[in-house]
Design a binder for this molecule. Structure first.
Ligand SMILES: [Cu+2]
Length: 123
């Protein structure tokens, strides 16, 4: 137990360093998982974060949507294409590839975000 405890801080620092260089190398090819390395840049908040983008595809089985989103200043995110988990109450059948949308995100921990609201842009 004591051994594990003292090794942990070193492990965390090592992880932070390695994810840091990784995200700098591959900003445009970012996946949802890579956002974990960027959470230090964003102030933690339970407020929904607004975004806008274009629907690329939906995945009903995993209840996910792939969006090309615009920059989200509140999170320090550049524009990119990525997958988002979608809240269970949202009907994915209402979304179509190629559709412009505005959406709201809530953090779900580990630098991940879930879409809690999504609607056609300008409505
Ligand atoms: Cu993103």
């Amino acid at each position: 137990m004591n051994k594990l405890k003292s090794a942990l801080p070193f492990f965390i620092v090592t992880m932070m360093l390695s994810t840091g260089t990784q995200s700098a190398d591959s900003m445009s090819g970012m996946t949802g998982a890579d956002h974990g390395s960027m959470k230090e840049m964003a102030s933690p908040s339970a407020q929904p974060i607004a975004g806008a983008g274009l629907v690329r595809k939906t995945d009903a089985a995993k209840h996910k949507v792939t969006l090309s989103h615009e920059a989200i200043a509140a999170l320090g995110w550049p524009p990119m294409t990525m997958d988002f988990a979608v809240a269970p109450e949202i009907d994915l059948a209402s979304l179509q590839a190629g559709q412009s949308v505005s959406f709201s995100l809530l953090p779900t921990g580990q630098g991940q975000y879930m879409i809690v609201k999504i609607k056609p842009a300008g409505k």
